[in-house]
Design a protein around this ligand. Sequence first.
Ligand SMILES: NC(=O)c1ccc[n+]([C@@H]2O[C@H](COP(=O)([O-])OP(=O)(O)OC[C@H]3O[C@@H](n4cnc5c(N)ncnc54)[C@H](O)[C@@H]3O)[C@@H](O)[C@H]2O)c1
Length: 464
Amino acid sequence: MNNSPTNPTTRREFLLNTGRFAAVSALAGVVLPQVHAAENGLTQIALIGCGGRGTGAAFNALSVKQIPLKLVAMADVFQNRLDGSYDNLKGGPVGGLVDVPAERKFVGFDAYQKAMDCLKPGDIVIFTTPLAFRWVHFSYAIQKGLHVFMEKPLTADGPTSRRMLKLAAEATAKNLKVGVGLMSRHNRGMQALANRIQDGEIGDLILLRGYRMHGPGGSAYSTKWPGTPSELLWQIQRFHSFIWASGGCFNDFYIHHVDHCCWMKNAWPVKAQALGGRHYRQNSDGAPLVDQNFDVYSVEYTFADGSKFIMDGRCINDCKEIYSSYAHGSKGSAIISNSGDCGLPSSTYKSQNPDRASRLWESNVPPGEQDPYLNEWNDLIAAIHNDHPYNEVERGVYASAVSSLGRLAAHTGQEITLEQFLNSETEYAPGVDKLTLNSPAPLLADATGKYPVPEPGIKRNREF
Ligand SMILES: NC(=O)c1ccc[n+]([C@@H]2O[C@H](COP(=O)([O-])OP(=O)(O)OC[C@H]3O[C@@H](n4cnc5c(N)ncnc54)[C@H](O)[C@@H]3O)[C@@H](O)[C@H]2O)c1
């Protein structure tokens, strides 16, 4: 498999590699060890990062019917997040599959190790912390022989992207199955659309467009650190505000469109140049906003064949809201995500206007397969159960890197190649594996409580 932009694969190879079973063809013919937990027929799960998505991912996992599963351990850096997640899961429809007594609930930066120590090789661990900790947790899971589901994005800088690619290869060599929460890839409508586009239904793709434009969301906008909890824990709570923790709102919010538009194109872009800026540096009460995000981004990505992908993001209230994605080909067009990150239905058109009169096809996904968050778990568990090759990390790293490339181009005001980004030496949270509850934050405020922000044209070789 080679999804590297400098080594394009054929259409069908790419689809195979980026579809449900991201096979690792480099290892074809090599006999891999079987990794089966299932002592007494039971596969155990540990949850690392018990926030909104972690609770949702654990719920999705425990909803899978193919094999007996149980949640046995939980880890977080905040006791209240862990307790809230536990109560939610235990009190909900999968509560009977939640067996996490006090001695298997762990709090702190080393909690991930303690939770994974409760598992056997072949069990499953879920990573749903902010991305900064992905490589740290993944390294330990590989050591322990665990299958993994990890949320997007995976990286925010060059060094950790390279590290994660290396870890991905190690996981494959150990026959570990790894799912990545880019759930568009498990949207059955988009899978059908990708096949149609690759088969030429709308001709050669010339332009892709992704839009996520709505009011301020998540923790992307922050007023000054209130002094408690520690600056480190506060930045982790407000991870969308800090590039080291999340890649900022660009990576966290726009990666789904970045990923599925590139999937449709069958390639990763080779370079990007971008516009972006910050109109509002205080909230409606006049308090200064100290986060590192722009509130508008428009990134122009270029593929090796010269075709383009435009990704527009905006977090401002009372402006036109658009949250969908489109493909334009030499013979027609397509709606990729009808609404949101990957909303059904997808559809194709024989003109550039997505109107009923020119519609060629619309996806029709049967009930039971309409939720990509559940599909991604059914697909991962099927691969574990049937011992199919399954490792989505490489494409997760490329989707993360392409997102970071767009953010970096906007933040510096420069044109940057994907290769430059991937080879860059700037690491935003070096030593994140050694953090303790008393550590200073990776990014420190100045005397006025403000953090360094991007200044395109002035800061050209670094982001802030
Ligand atoms: N695929 C999707 O559609 C989707 C949707 C939402 C979130 N996500 C992703 O899931 C991740 C989590 O997002 P969220 O919305 O659940 O955030 P959240 O803040 O609700 O949850 C994150 C949890 O991780 C904990 N945590 C942080 N650092 C930790 C560490 N080192 N060890 C243990 N626990 C730690 C936090 O205390 C918190 O409870 C992000 O990467 C986000 O991009 C994906």
